[in-house]
Design a protein. Structure first.
Length: 557
């Protein structure tokens, strides 16, 4: 009986499945070439590189998943079995990499996998080479990492979260320092200091957080003070970002422009549930109207306005285009709507490229000599100054979105998203509601396009391809559909990080796909989800608070 009881506590299938899946992911990372390229950028010089960090992630995930699944049953197994789960999962992950080394030792895999190079084999064996003991390095590393993950998972919740945060910040800060300041990662002393400071600060804050909030709430006008204190640090960081230099400002300019478009598409897709795959058309219209009305190269209009004079026309034209698009698609839903809007975006791109309109908008030659935005003596000509113009645009658009969401129109959009038939039965005018959604989203895209044209002082048709629409759609999915902060966070994740890692540009679509798959499986509501969408996707979870204020989540049935 005892043997049967012990056996029931250990399910061999859990770590085997986690280890094999993580091993396949590790093989994929190695053979597509991203690990070898990332190995050129150090996290801790001479100790750890970005490529090695990427390889560590599948090992850590395998151990975490095996330990978590083993401890999620009604009866928690002994700690020894948790260590066995983590170690076995890590060992199997490393075994697949060892198999790659064995096959590569006898067969030239480069005829099929061009990235199966001696440099990759050297990386997988940590410099020992695929001969002798070096071939066992991935398995030994997996075994050790699995045990480490199991040990971390057994820590108290507060300590566990603090340790994970401290370990995560080391590669993040190393990558940022290399990208922004041309540094060479972190020294060992700096890495230890970051870990100690992040872990200690997070742990202390987790202890003091409830007490601090209680004091703030007990203070007169405490809610207002808490609200201002919550936004004070982010606002200060945003205001001081240009001080980091020209390149960080350039990156943040692109993040801001995509955030502007994301906030607009968030109204169409996130609020109203209308899938628009041709959103880049409104972005292009705003940019081209700005170019036509301001560039001295375009003389047929006889008008040469400044940025501020042309901006209202660019925004209004984009708004009218949104209404024009909305009229023929009023009766369409789902996939049909996506196909029609995709066609609209391609039509705009092809029309811009056509010889018919070349005398008017430049054709494939584009429009150049577009003036910068100017306010008195201040010209928004550098990335640092233009950053504040883009931030001002984002604040205006975010404020409009915040005010629209709880309004009568916003509630009509959300009713439309849930069920068009029920919304119509409740008296909502579908024609007006859809047209206003398309028009509002197009307005924000036109504003972004106008600033984009002024930023580059030149525009070309290839800047407005289909991938722009896909990128904007991806960022609101990753950030959180219908979430206003989510559009900004998604822009930082999918636009800011690839800009900081320019050498990985060829893997951008690969990273997008992996990020979307991960989000759909593990966090389908997004990084910063809307409260309603979080409730919809986790409606089976019932939260309760005990007398001590601790939150418990239970699943009925």
């Amino acid at each position: 009986m005892q043997a049967i009881k012990v056996k029931s506590r250990f399910n061999w299938l859990l770590p085997v499945k986690a280890g094999l899946l993580a091993g396949v992911i590790a093989l994929l990372l190695a053979l597509v070439g991203i690990v070898e390229i990332a190995n050129q950028r150090p996290v801790i010089p001479g100790v750890l590189s970005v490529g090695q960090t990427l390889l560590l992630l599948p090992f850590l995930w395998a151990g975490y998943r095996a330990v978590r699944q083993a401890g999620s049953g009604e009866e928690a197994p002994p700690r020894f079995w948790l260590f066995v789960n983590g170690a076995l999962a890590g060992l199997l992950t490393g075994a697949l990499l060892t198999a790659l080394l064995l096959v590569g030792k006898w067969i030239n895999l480069r005829t099929v996998f061009i990235n199966a190079s001696p440099e990759l084999y050297n990386l997988l064996t940590m410099g020992a080479g695929p001969a002798g003991v070096g071939i066992l390095v991935p398995m030994i590393a997996g075994l050790v990492l699995g045990v480490v993950v199991a040990a971390i998972s057994l820590l108290p919740e507060r300590m566990r979260g603090s340790v994970v945060l401290g370990l995560s910040l080391i590669p993040v800060l190393a990558i940022l320092s290399s990208a922004l300041f041309a540094g060479r990662g972190l020294s060992i002393g700096s890495a230890i200091a970051v870990f100690v400071a992040a872990t200690g600060g997070s742990y202390l804050w987790s202890i003091m957080q409830a007490r601090v909030k209680e004091r703030i709430n007990n203070h007169p006008a405490g809610q207002r003070a808490a609200q201002w204190s919550r936004w004070a640090l982010p606002v200060l960081i945003i205001a001081l970002l240009p001080l980091l230099g020209k390149y960080p400002s350039e990156v943040m300019d692109m993040v801001g422009l995509y955030a502007l478009m994301g906030l607009g598409l968030n109204i169409v897709v996130g609020f109203a549930g209308l899938l628009d795959l041709g959103y880049v058309a409104f972005f292009a219209i705003g940019a081209y109207v700005m170019g036509v009305l301001t560039s001295p190269e375009i003389g047929w209009t006889g008008i040469h306005l400044g940025f501020w004079g042309a901006l209202p026309f660019a925004v209004i034209t984009a708004t009218l285009a949104g209404i024009i698009l909305g009229i023929p698609v009023l009766g369409m839903r789902g996939d049909y709507l996506a196909i029609v809007t995709l066609g609209f975006g391609e039509i705009i791109r092809l029309v811009v490229l056509s010889d018919w309109l070349k005398p008017y908008i430049g054709g494939s030659n584009g429009i150049t000599r577009i003036p910068k935005a100017v306010i008195g003596p201040l010209e928004f000509g550098t990335p640092q100054t233009l950053y504040y113009l883009i931030v001002a645009g984002c604040l205006i658009v975010a404020f409009a979105s915040v005010r629209l969401k709880p309004s009568r129109l916003g509630r009509a959009w959300m009713a439309l998203r849930e069920d068009e038939d029920v919304a119509q039965a409740m008296g909502i005018n579908l024609v007006r509601t859809k047209l206003l959604a398309f028009a509002t989203g197009a307005t924000f895209a036109g504003l972004s396009g106008a600033i984009f044209a002024s930023k580059l002082t030149s525009i070309y048709p290839h800047s407005f391809n289909f991938m722009v629409s896909i990128n904007v759609l991806c960022l609101i999915i990753v950030g959180g559909m219908g979430s206003i902060p989510g559009a900004i966070v998604g822009s930082l994740a999918l636009v800011g990080l690839p800009e900081l890692l320019r050498e990985f540009t060829e893997y951008r679509l690969w990273v997008y796909g992996a990020a979307l798959v991960f989000m759909m499986l593990n966090r389908p509501e997004g990084l910063v989800p809307e409260a309603r969408r979080r409730l919809e996707l986790h409606e089976s979870e019932v939260e309760s608070l005990d007398e001590s204020g601790e939150k418990h989540v239970t699943v009925p049935g």
